[in-house]
Design a protein around this ligand. Structure first.
Ligand SMILES: Nc1ncnc2c1ncn2[C@@H]1O[C@H](COP(=O)(O)OP(=O)(O)OP(=O)(O)O)[C@@H](O)[C@H]1O
Ligand SMILES: [Mg+2]
Length: 383
């Protein structure tokens, strides 16, 4: 896929000239002619590189740079300051502000192109090492409410408790309807809420660990409470993203209950996940919702991360056959989880994951098998 470059300049001729040159080199180009527009586009488009003019009327390039570096969403995007300012002092200010390179105008197109190539190559190498060193984040997303999202999230983590290389950790982003805490017997814990109230810069491992609940089985979780008012509390998306990165370090892997549907927060958080398990039930309404959901995720480049899981909660023989599920949704099924209403009920009443309460049940072995695949991924990452 062509790398995307955001060019920022208040001079439209400059924009056109650089834009054409970069397009000729095969890059996708996005343009902004003011500082404010640059911030909005950087956030929405998440380019691979930004070429940033300094002197602009509304917001100067250096202010744009500082804001980009201050936001979790954009801080890792490499930036070249491209400016008529030639003083060493200006250069120093730019590098201290987080610029990756500094180029003075006018510049020969060949020089600009070679700097762009070099920075992109360096940044790609950095991203690769960063990815290889971090733990996995696995999101579980229901295509509809009540399809068993929370149950599967908990049981996948529980299935990895005995694995030496894993140290699963759980998290529930559904404030105010925190059934994960309820299912584990910690219905009043507000760990997630406490963490999300903090600015991203203050969210670190020590602080998050202090808010984890510890289940008798050893499972650790950052849960939301079932207090309805919690759902009305807003939080900064950057705080949620910071929480995900911390949990990714604390847990190997970290499992996230993303609830169902695709509000703005979910749309953003799903991008942080290495794998996204999307749950469907084999009936036409849920399948239609799943198709729409997967379409949205795919439209922002997430198709390759989706694992489709069919959850049966009823034993009806009238359910949609699996071939038809794949046809409607347009993806292969990764796992089918059998109906186990009694075990599910007992598990809830005993605050104990199904896979641990009855490890030999069919449903448990199916979930363990799905968890095995996650384990394989961990091994391939830890080498
Ligand atoms: N395999 C299963 N067989 C039968 N019942 C199940 C199964 N898995 C989960 N359940 C039951 O289905 C109900 C809904 O499960 P759960 O709370 O996990 O769904 P959810 O998608 O997270 O719901 P919500 O949208 O409210 O967050 C619960 O009562 C749970 O015990
Ligand atoms: Mg749930």
């Amino acid at each position: 896929m062509a790398e995307k470059i955001l060019i920022v300049d208040d001079d439209v001729d400059s924009l056109k000239l650089i834009g054409l040159m970069l397009q000729r080199h095969g890059y996708t180009v996005v343009a902004a002619n003011s500082g404010k527009q640059a911030l909005a586009k950087a956030d929405a488009e998440r380019p691979d590189l930004i070429i940033l003019d300094w002197m602009m009327p509304d917001l100067s390039g250096i202010d744009v740079l500082k804001q980009l570096k201050g936001s979790a969403n954009t801080k890792d995007i490499p930036t070249i300051m491209f400016t008529a300012k030639t003083l060493i002092d200006d250069k120093v200010v730019a590098f201290e502000g987080g610029a990756d390179d500094y180029l003075t105008k006018p510049t020969h197109p060949a020089e600009l192109a070679s700097r762009v190539r070099a920075i992109l190559a360096r940044s790609e190498a950095q991203q690769r090492t960063k990815k290889a060193n971090r733990g996995l984040a696995i999101g579980v997303l229901g295509s509809k409410g009540g399809v068993g999202t929370t149950t599967l999230t908990i049981n996948l983590a529980a299935a990895l408790l005995n694995d030496e290389q894993s140290q699963p950790v759980l998290a529930d982003f559904r404030q105010g309807v925190g059934t994960m805490g309820l299912l584990l017997g910690f219905g009043r814990s507000q760990g997630m809420h406490k963490v999300l109230q903090m600015p991203a810069s203050e969210i670190n491992a020590d602080m998050v660990e202090g808010h984890l609940i510890q289940h008798q089985t050893g499972l650790r979780a950052l849960v939301s409470s079932a207090r309805p008012l919690e759902a009305q509390q807003n939080f900064e998306i950057d705080s949620a993203i910071a929480t995900i990165s911390v949990l990714r370090e604390l847990g190997r892997p970290a499992f996230f209950d993303l609830g169902y549907g695709y509000d703005q927060v979910t749309a953003r958080l799903q991008k942080e996940m290495d794998k996204l398990i999307v749950i469907v039930e084999p009936n036409s309404a849920t399948l239609t919702m799943a198709r729409e959901l997967i379409h949205e995720i795919s439209s922002v480049g997430g198709a390759g991360r989706i694992n489709l899981v069919v959850m049966n909660r009823s034993q009806s023989s009238l359910q949609t056959p699996w071939q038809q599920v794949e046809d409607v949704v347009g993806l292969d099924i990764k796992a089918i989880i059998a109906a186990a209403p009694e075990l599910a009920f007992q598990a809830t009443e005993n605050s104990m994951p199904m896979t641990l309460l009855q490890p030999t049940a069919v449903v448990s072995s199916q979930i363990v098998k799905l968890a095995e695949e996650v384990k394989t991924r961990i091994k391939s990452l830890t080498g």
